[in-house]
Design a protein around this ligand. Structure first.
Ligand SMILES: NC(=O)c1ccc[n+]([C@@H]2O[C@H](COP(=O)([O-])OP(=O)(O)OC[C@H]3O[C@@H](n4cnc5c(N)ncnc54)[C@H](OP(=O)(O)O)[C@@H]3O)[C@@H](O)[C@H]2O)c1
Length: 261
């Protein structure tokens, strides 16, 4: 590997993103770690530079801003950081009925899960095409097959990312660019912090997967040029089985839950 290989990871400051960063550093990539948490980014940089003796560029940026993708691309161009691996991982959980979720949160999740990753793919894939080499990993979710109430913004934005990734893969594959979509189930990260009340119970029931395991599966799938990665048998089954549940059953469950809460 030359000394000019950069991997850019969004949402690198915690959870899956932290582990993606570590795994890519382990593979010898220099890193561009992006998130909106400066203290955690600084901790990641210190840890990786000490462990792997590779430079880590940190970019503190709100990726839910309209011009985020362009600014990030311009930063890489200006600092001569050619990106060979792009991991679109940053995400947020928006939970609640569509008509009552805060307007600002809706805007943020649409931007963060759809516009910013699609624009980053647009901007960075052009150079990957020219070089005949590149790797794009987009982090969707099992929720991509869940057009369900209460997660009406989260699930469908992840569906967009899944379908976009599939189309992009078909276009870029002949040119030697790997494009993979990761579709994890529940993971033991901060994403659920506000909403999962009994985390310990979930851990004991093995409902939550360890983020390092999920990140490792995603990176392996990317470098093996797999179209999709669905870590865990239950997760895989759910992704194939959930779409056949009739909508009226979802409606019935929702009505029951509304009555109880
Ligand atoms: N956890 C799960 O069960 C699960 C399941 C399926 C898919 N996923 C997906 O996996 C990805 C990683 O999530 P995670 O589980 O690792 O959760 P996490 O620990 O909360 O990581 C999300 C990362 O995205 C960053 N981020 C959020 N909003 C941002 C913004 N506006 N600008 C810049 N960075 C922002 C976060 O920084 P902050 O510190 O600001 O939050 C954090 O670094 C997400 O796309 C998520 O949807 C997670």
């Amino acid at each position: 590997m030359s000394d000019r290989n950069y991997a850019l990871i969004t949402g690198a400051s915690s959870g899956l993103g932290w582990h993606f960063s570590e795994l890519l550093a382990e593979k010898g990539f220099q890193l561009i770690a992006v998130s909106n948490q400066p203290a955690e980014l600084a901790a990641l940089k210190k840890h990786l530079e000490m462990t792997y003796a590779l430079p880590v560029h940190t970019v503190h940026m709100d990726l839910a801003r309209e011009e985020a993708a362009r600014s990030l691309y311009d930063y890489c161009e200006k600092n001569d950081l050619p990106v060979e691996v792009l991991v679109n991982n940053a995400g947020m959980l928006v939970y609640g009925e569509a008509a009552s979720v805060q307007y600002a949160q809706v805007k943020a999740v649409l931007q963060l899960h759809m516009t910013t990753p699609a624009l980053l793919c647009r901007l960075f894939s052009e150079n990957m095409l020219k070089n005949g080499r590149g790797f794009i990993l987009n982090v969707s979710s099992i929720s991509a097959v869940m057009p369900y109430p209460i997660i009406s913004y989260y699930g469908p934005t992840k569906t967009f990312l899944r379908h976009f990734t599939r189309a992009l893969r078909t276009e870029l594959k002949p040119a030697g660019v790997n494009v993979t979509c990761l579709l994890p189930g529940a993971i033991d990260t901060a994403l659920f912090e506000k909403y999962l009340f009994d985390r310990e119970l979930a851990r004991r029931l093995h409902v939550l997967k360890h983020p390092e395991k999920v990140a490792r599966a995603g990176i392996k799938a990317l470098f093996r040029n797999r179209p999709e990665c669905m870590p865990g048998l239950l997760n895989k089954l759910a992704i194939y089985m959930l779409p056949i549940i009739p909508q009226f059953i979802i409606g019935m469950i929702y009505a029951r839950v509304r009555k109880v809460t």
